[in-house]
Design a protein around this ligand. Structure first.
Ligand SMILES: Cc1cc2nc3c(=O)[nH]c(=O)nc-3n(C[C@H](O)[C@H](O)[C@H](O)COP(=O)(O)OP(=O)(O)OC[C@H]3O[C@@H](n4cnc5c(N)ncnc54)[C@H](O)[C@@H]3O)c2cc1C
Length: 748
């Protein structure tokens, strides 16, 4: 037992739901001072969270998307926190699990909720169909962007005249002048009712100046395609209806058994813990502090970050929690969309350009916290080691035991994960996936799997091994399975079965079980789709999460697609854009935008099974999948045995969003240098050395696309069928006579 072992094991799971203002700030604090021994996971339905203070300015066109949004993926990368791109839709409080839409639940020891609120429109006929609520913001922007792009004369109706509704109205008007008319419909007696009368008066004047008509004391009872109908019978015509009324929480909070206030917001004590379930914390709009209700405002969400962080640190350290007392009065700065802002507090109402400058300064300073992340070296890594045994104790107790255990960890076969962890994870898999075919022969209990290959079929076998390149173990299970089975599909074979070796970071039994459950769950979902079964496997403790998958496939003899089958007169089709190597290298350095990674993951999570079938029906004679050696490396593997040359079209080469930026910034995968030796196989490489796409020719791909040769006359039909199935394929090369056997590629 002399091998180097990691220092701090993971003993507990903290799950954060929603990347609202409180969690975003807390993540930054965590990056500076990680929670030792705690594995933190953020579940978020967006990778870029809008900052409420700049949202109206963004709508008005004063700020760019990146200036007004917090890149949560990047922030998590900085904080050493797992980012899970998913939507929470329930809580299983008994088993301490977060229920997610379209994927397996995630277990926790403590959970914190910061999911904000959405405008309340439940009882209004037609609102669901015809009105766009101001939240979730991505949906608002999806509606708003085409209006901006169209520049057609139109009328927008804003329902609600609180600060949000008024700011949105003047911002929309400002951005779309002179094309957009705006009218406000408000059920109250006065606009901005929660502010002092002077503030209301100032905004009345501003709205009048801008030609924005305001209908007060009008309650909307129906929304139609062409406008709204009010309780009084008044009909107001309009092309777009935006809903900016009082905040409301999602129903699943109350349905999960948490005690809520009358409106359904989680009722918390001053420690920000649920009054009924102390292992649940909540902050921001979604929380109401018992006996201290406050307006639902970003100001409070921001203020709650520090007390939330302090109390989470304390609860894990087994120390008494602190009470947070939200202030009663606070200063609001409301923009006028003309370079001025109105300051509002108690009886103060002051409109001036200085106030806008101040607001702009405060907001930009706030956002710089997330864009200029301090370089922390390995601080996060140091604290996020691994280890645990008795899960029920406090964090310090469990960590103490784990540290001791970590020094005694045995290697060899004793490095296996305990059988109870494995059986619990498998039981959860069955609970989650039901009687899945993918697991049907898993539990035979024998030493090895025995299976019969259908008569007239041959076995195709391959093995691959991947350390986790994404923080979400479920997605990693899916990507690893797709990546490994891609070899089977490239051969033109049908997936049959797989065996897995899972390397799991040393941690408490509960933490390890959760990791195993998540990776296996992702694997099973993918195998199910591929028609393959998991026959067995092996687990071991390791430094990083990794999966090795042995894949079996079947094929009729003589029908396999080999690399060396390219013929003259054919064309080469590539079925996925490239760039994952540079993008994930950039993500590690906090240089990739979250949405670039979302997009790359979407591509990596696409199966090669479907395109493989289509390529075959269009006469493919050779095929491979593009992985670690990069596009040129794999193309050379095909061209050399085929004894043909490829005229490669640089213009047609599809590239993942952001990959040109990251490679231009010199951020390349650590394998890139070795892959670039393949440039020897390109006749005219020098002429293209400064081409923006050139470095990407050698970029190693994870779960990359297929590269296949088909008869040139089938190109259009094949591309059309691939496109119809949602495959982002391009024809990247034409095959010709070989002139130089060492350099069979000509770029053009
Ligand atoms: C137009 C407009 C302008 C505003 N301007 C201001 C202002 O200038 N100042 C101010 O203080 N307040 C303002 N507000 C109010 C402010 O937006 C909210 O009070 C504030 O955003 C609440 O912050 P939060 O941290 O609670 O949640 P949010 O900022 O709403 O963040 C919640 C996050 O959780 C995510 N999420 C939601 N549901 C789920 C789920 N089920 N699973 C996973 N993730 C989920 C969301 O995508 C979001 O990223 C404005 C509101 C509007 C509509």
């Amino acid at each position: 037992m002399t091998l180097e072992k990691p220092t701090t094991p993971f003993a507990k799971d903290l799950v954060l739901i929603g990347g609202g203002h409180s969690h975003a700030l807390m993540l930054r604090m965590m990056g500076m001072k990680p929670l030792e021994g705690v594995r933190v996971t953020l579940i978020s339905d967006v990778s870029h969270a809008p900052y409420s203070g700049m949202l109206p300015g963004f709508i008005a066109g004063f700020y760019t998307y990146d200036e007004a949004h917090i890149d949560l993926r990047k922030l998590c990368q900085f904080a050493g926190v797992r980012f899970v791109f998913a939507t929470a839709c329930g809580l299983d409080l008994e088993n301490k699990r977060v229920i997610l839409e379209d994927r397996s639940p995630i277990g926790f020891d403590f959970v914190s909720i910061n999911i904000g609120s959405t405008p309340n429109k439940v009882d209004v006929a037609g609102a669901e169909k015809f009105a766009t609520p101001s939240k979730p913001v991505p949906n608002l922007l999806e509606k708003w962007e085409p209006i901006v792009a169209d520049e057609k004369p139109a009328k927008a109706i804003i329902v609600g005249a609180g600060a949000g509704g008024v700011e949105l109205s003047i911002s929309m008007k400002k951005r779309m002048e002179p094309h957009l008319d705006v009218e406000i419909v408000h059920s109250g007696d006065e606009i901005l009712e929660t502010h002092n009368p002077k503030v209301s008066e100032i905004f009345r004047e501003i709205l009048e100046e801008r030609g924005i008509e305001v209908h007060t004391k009008e309650r909307v009872t129906e929304v139609r395609e062409d406008g709204v109908v009010c309780e009084s019978g008044t009909e107001i015509k309009g092309d777009h209806v935006f809903w900016v009324t009082n905040a409301s929480p999602p129903k699943w909070l109350a349905e999960s058994g948490l005690k809520t206030d009358k409106r359904g917001f989680v009722l918390v004590s001053q420690t920000l813990q649920s009054v009924t379930h102390p292992f649940v914390f909540a902050a921001g709009d979604v929380a109401t502090i018992e006996g201290m209700p406050r307006p639902k405002s970003g100001v409070f969400a921001v203020r709650m970050a520090k007390p939330l962080w302090k109390n989470l640190q304390r609860i894990f350290a087994d120390r008494p929690l602190l009470n947070y007392k939200p202030q009663k009065e606070f200063l609001s700065l409301i923009g006028t969309a003309t370079g001025k802002a109105v300051a509002s507090r108690k009886l103060l109402a002051w409109k001036s350009a200085v106030m806008w400058k101040w607001k702009d300064h405060i907001d930009r300073k706030f956002m710089r916290k997330f864009s200029d992340l301090p370089k922390m070296g390995d601080a996060a890594d140091d604290a996020h080691g691994k280890v645990t045994k008795s899960d029920e104790g406090s964090l310090p107790e469990v960590l103490k035991e784990l540290r001791a255990r970590s020094q005694m960890r045995c290697l060899g076969c004793a490095a296996k994960v305990g059988s109870s962890v494995l059986s619990k994870a498998l039981a959860r898999i069955r609970e989650e996936h039901g009687e899945t075919n993918a697991l049907s022969e898993f539990d035979a209990g024998d030493d090895a799997a025995v299976f019969t290959v259908q008569s007239g079929q041959q076995m195709v076998q391959t093995v691959d091994y991947l350390p986790a390149l994404v923080a979400d173990p479920y997605d990693f299970g899916r990507i690893a399975t797709l990546h490994c089975f891609s070899d089977i599909f490239a051969m033109g074979a049908t997936a049959h079965s797989g065996l897995v070796t899972a390397l799991l970071p040393f941690g408490s039994d509960r933490v390890t079980e959760e990791t195993l459950f998540q990776v296996l769950s992702g694997m099973i979902a993918t195998l199910e789709d591929s028609g393959a079964k998991l026959f067995g496997g092996h687990t071991a403790e390791g430094d990083v999460l990794a999966l090795g998958i042995t894949c079996n496939g079947t094929i009729a003899p003589g029908t396999e697609l080999k690399k060396g089958g390219i013929k003259r007169g054919q064309v080469v089709i590539l079925t996925k854009p490239i760039g994952t190597g540079t993008l994930f290298a950039a993500e590690m350095r906090l240089e990739a935008k979250g949405r670039w990674i979302d997009n790359a993951l979407e591509s990596m999570l696409r199966t090669n099974r479907v395109p493989a079938g289509i390529l075959r029906t269009h006469g493919a004679t050779a095929c491979t999948d593009v992985t670690g050696f990069g596009l040129i490396g794999h193309l050379l593997e095909m061209l050399k045995p085929s004894k043909v040359a490829a005229h490669f079209d640089m213009t047609a080469l599809p590239i993942l969003e952001g990959a040109l930026e990251t490679s231009a910034a010199g951020i390349l995968s650590s394998l890139h240098t070795q892959n670039a030796v393949a440039a020897n196989g390109i006749v005219n490489a020098r002429n293209f050395a400064t081409h923006e796409k050139y470095p990407l020719l050698f970029d190693p791909q994870t779960s990359g696309g297929l590269l296949a040769s088909i008869p040139a006359e089938n190109r259009d039909a094949c591309l059309a069928e691939l496109a119809a199935m949602g495959v982002d394929a391009m024809c990247v090369a034409e095959i010709g006579e070989l002139e130089d056997a060492d350099s069979p590629i000509v770029l053009r």
